[in-house]
Design a protein around this ligand. Structure first.
Ligand SMILES: CC(=O)N[C@H]1[C@@H](OP(=O)(O)OP(=O)(O)OC[C@H]2O[C@@H](n3ccc(=O)[nH]c3=O)[C@H](O)[C@@H]2O)O[C@H](CO)[C@@H](O)[C@@H]1O
Ligand SMILES: C=C(OP(=O)(O)O)C(=O)O
Length: 440
């Protein structure tokens, strides 16, 4: 078992470099399945366990996946044909692997993809993915733990999404790229990662317009080819360090951060009294010793991102007064609160809102991460708390944060990651990369 041990409080100062975005890399890796000619080379790929899982899914589908010698560029070659079964043992590990469904149907006219498990933050159905692909001529059945899909050939369609699902938008956009005719998708997700995916697809020969707006229009093409692309920066990792500066009364330059991607967060932090400075170098976030209370509601982009909710609630807990966080995207994303409670946070959950009574005087405790962003929020809480905090369940953290403890230490935190054996003996984990499953 591994744990992160934080001794707080500390004030973070310095600069930090952000990795490529997990949520852009995963669908973009899936999109490589569409190329029947050439290779796709992707740089700024974040070395995360989710990325390794997606690379393994691609390999299971017969893609040739390689890293360059510096582990910086991932190349995928699917020009020798692909198979159509995405196996359960991989899809089970990561819900995002459902985005291979659209590319498989488009390229091979059939797909057998294991049902992605419901994850802790909500039930996460895939009805909108299926409805969209059905409108384009796909037929679905469920066989054991697998979704079986087939088509005589996908055709363009007018699709309205009941809600702007990120994954459904991506799956339909990829399928429509090789469909016969024009597809128009309304009420789509507008996240920056959708735009990054559309840019890659267009480089591969697709004809997509409107990504980043409410309506995406795709004119199907006969075939697609490989391309080169640099994955966009991870706005959620950047946002996590912005909150780290805010809650520790710190001063952090988040290098090359893109302000427009983090507007909802930055505007809330400013309301709380945090200073934000944008420059060519990046975004500098300077904390304050008295955070003002603000209420927040998560929404699809460009609203406040649910993936920043757990981190933001820490800032709210520390603010002077009563604050409310309302979670509208996922139905079960407050699981970190009982853990905050162990650190002496005062809160009350009412439906999809949590009411927080600040300013919390947090004290160190043994806590367990309950999902990816909860893991980051608990480590940040440890930075603020008096005494020692131990965070376990780090497999969640490794899904989305690379060198998290190292980066925090470089900013002045007293934090270390340890491995604990059965007899309770602790040894320092010097390099987090080795604890993330690496692709051979
Ligand atoms: C790998 C990736 O990019 N993950 C992100 C993606 O997840 P993901 O693509 O799974 O999120 P969605 O936007 O699809 O989900 C949003 C909401 O829609 C619901 N829904 C979704 C699809 C569907 O067919 N039916 C349905 O009801 C979900 O249960 C959820 O309540 O967007 C989420 C919302 O910004 C982020 O939190 C995740 O980090
Ligand atoms: C919920 C997240 O990811 P996923 O959709 O991959 O579970 C996240 O990145 O916070």
């Amino acid at each position: 078992m591994q744990q992160i041990i934080v001794n707080g409080p500390s004030q973070l100062k310095g600069s930090v470099r952000i990795e490529g975005a997990k949520n852009a890399a995963l669908p973009i890796l899936a999109s490589t399945l569409l190329a029947s000619e050439g290779k796709t080379s992707l740089s700024n790929i974040p070395p995360l366990s989710d990325v390794t899982t997606m690379a393994k899914v691609l390999r299971a589908l017969n893609a040739d996946v390689t890293f360059d010698e510096n582990n910086e560029v991932l190349t995928v070659d699917t020009s020798n044909g692909i198979s159509t079964t995405a196996p359960e043992e991989l899809v089970d590990k990561m819900r995002a692997s459902i985005v291979v469904l659209g590319p498989l149907l488009a390229r091979s006219k059939e797909a057998h993809v294991a049902m992605p498990g419901g994850c802790a933050i909500g039930s996460r159905p895939i009805d909108l993915h299926i409805k969209g692909l059905e409108a384009m001529g796909a037929e679905f059945s469920q066989n054991g733990g697998y979704i079986d899909a087939k088509t005589d050939g996908l055709h363009g369609a007018n699709i309205y999404l009941d809600l702007p699902s990120v994954g459904a938008t991506q799956n339909i956009m990829m399928a429509a790229s090789l469909a016969d005719g024009v597809t128009v998708i309304d009420n789509v997700a507008r996240e920056p990662e959708i735009v990054d995916l559309a840019n890659v697809l267009n480089k591969m020969g697709a004809e997509i317009s409107g990504a980043g707006t409410n309506t995406i229009r795709i004119t199907g093409v006969e075939s697609m080819h490989g391309c080169e692309h640099m994955i966009m920066q991870d706005r959620i990792e950047a946002g996590t360090f912005m909150v780290a500066a805010a809650v520790t009364n710190g001063d952090i330059m988040i290098k090359d951060a893109v302000a427009i991607h983090n507007k909802p967060l930055l505007s809330k932090l400013e309301e709380m009294g945090v200073t934000i400075e944008e420059s060519d170098e990046g975004i500098r976030v300077i904390g304050t010793n008295q955070l003002k209370p603000v209420d927040v509601k998560t929404m699809p982009h460009p609203g406040f991102p649910t993936d920043m909710q757990a981190q933001m609630t820490l800032a709210q807990l520390l603010s002077v007064g009563t604050t409310v966080m309302t979670e509208t995207v996922f139905e079960n994303r407050f699981m970190h609160f009982p853990e905050f409670g162990k650190m002496k946070a005062d809160y009350k959950i009412e439906g999809n809102s949590v009411i927080m009574f600040g300013p919390a005087q947090l004290s160190g405790a043994n806590v367990a991460a309950t999902d990816l962003r909860a893991a980051a929020a608990l480590v940040l809480a440890g930075l603020v708390a008096e005494g020692e905090t131990r965070v376990s369940n780090l497999q969640y953290l490794d899904r989305g944060y690379y060198r998290f403890t190292e980066k925090l230490r470089e900013l002045g935190a007293n934090v270390r990651r340890v491995s604990i054996d059965e007899s309770g003996r602790e040894s320092l984990v010097l390099n987090t990369v080795s604890s993330v499953t690496k692709l051979a």
